[in-house]
Design a protein around this ligand. Structure first.
Ligand SMILES: O=C(O)CCC(=O)C(=O)O
Ligand SMILES: [Fe+2]
Length: 349
């Protein structure tokens, strides 16, 4: 896993916070990533200043079901997932009604809540294939109403498609976002959309560790995962200055049990306390048409003769993401340009 972003002249960087122990240091965009970013920006029509790059070594690596946390994501922007390598499937699923108290109350019309089973609420599922060299753009409305995941693919090789088996089964995703919260060069001051101080002049020191503010932020993240009518202002409006949620040292186990045991023995001998580490972790083109009902997610792609190809479109009532293929700049050679840790689909709240 690695994070890259736009580094300002003063060394400031965008910061994207989500439930994980630690925020990874933002590196400046590598040239190839920068080129891909320019292409994606042309498609979505707004700047992107942050990318999370993740490596899925095989079908065993996954990311569990979640909604992206929008504390730091600029409203009205798209979250853009570029896929390189083996094809995987992004499964979108509408949120559970019974976890969504507001929706239940509205449904009942009596002020009483109605269990999902009684309200006849069926969860919808939508599967988006993510072939090599494709882009899946998700609007924030979709993100609010749907959870998304890349599930484990435990099928035997003989049952898998060639696209799924390609590149040794490895996939790299580049998740571009437009972020409105920033850190200064020393990563000690925070300001912007998701912080308490909304402007640079009033920037405040970051907060690290398990503080009351951290607990409140984790609760707000949890609510965003469950609610399809998430009230951003109520949960996030006051701002949070939390950067690293945990400051205890962590031990990331290797695949070698003997090595792990040896290291753990040393740590015990030295009296070093540690936590177990884990890394947790809609189209486009020249012509866009917006539906009045579904504000941000129903861009209709028009096939053009340019480098852009449209494999399929999602019917607009689904408020679902759309896939497009980018033909330029992305090739398997790009793999060498990044430095990766692994994605192990850490649980998100
Ligand atoms: O790997 C992907 O394409 C999905 C990543 C994702 O959903 C996330 O990082 O929030
Ligand atoms: Fe996500």
């Amino acid at each position: 896993m690695c994070v890259q972003g736009y580094v300002g002249e003063d060394g400031s960087v965008p910061v994207y916070r989500h439930p994980s122990d630690e925020c990874i240091q933002v590196e400046k965009f590598a040239p190839t990533v920068g080129q891909i970013k320019l292409e994606v920006e042309k498609i979505v029509g707004h700047p992107l200043n942050h990318v999370l790059i993740q490596y899925y070594r095989s079908g065993n690596d996954y990311i569990s079901e979640h909604s992206d946390k929008t504390l730091d994501i600029v409203p009205g922007s798209y979250v853009c997932n570029m896929s390189l390598g083996a094809e995987r499937t992004m499964v979108f699923r509408t949120k559970r009604a019974h976890k969504d108290l507001t929706r239940e109350t509205i449904r009942s019309g009596t002020g009483k809540t109605v269990p999902a089973s009684e309200s006849g609420d069926k969860r919808q599922i939508y599967r988006a294939q993510l072939p090599h060299n494709s882009l899946c753009c998700m609007g924030l409305q979709t993100n609010m109403q749907w959870l998304h995941a890349i599930r484990q693919d435990k099928r035997a090789s003989r049952d898998k498609s060639p696209a799924t088996l390609a590149y040794g089964g490895g996939r790299i995703s580049l998740t571009f976002r437009r972020i409105g919260t920033f850190l200064d060069a020393s990563q000690t001051l925070i300001w912007g959309q998701g912080a308490v101080a909304k402007s640079r002049e009033n920037a405040r020191p970051v907060v690290n560790g398990q503080t009351d503010e951290t607990v409140q932020l984790l609760r707000a993240f949890g609510s965003e995962n469950h609610s399809s009518v998430f009230d951003w202002e109520a949960h996030y409006g006051r701002g949070f200055d939390v950067l690293h949620m945990s400051i205890s040292p962590r031990f990331f186990a290797s695949t070698d049990a003997v090595v792990n045991m040896t290291i753990q023995l040393y740590l015990a001998e030295l009296g070093i306390k540690y936590a177990k580490g884990s890394i947790s972790s809609a189209p486009v083109a020249e012509k866009k048409t917006k539906s009045a009902a579904n504000t941000d997610n129903v861009l209709v792609a028009t096939k053009t003769t340019s480098s852009l190809d449209v494999p399929y479109m999602v019917p607009s009532p689904m408020v679902a993401p759309l896939n497009i293929i980018l033909n330029k700049h992305a090739s398997s050679q790009d793999y060498s340009k990044f430095c990766f840790f692994r994605t192990n689909g850490g649980q998100q709240v």
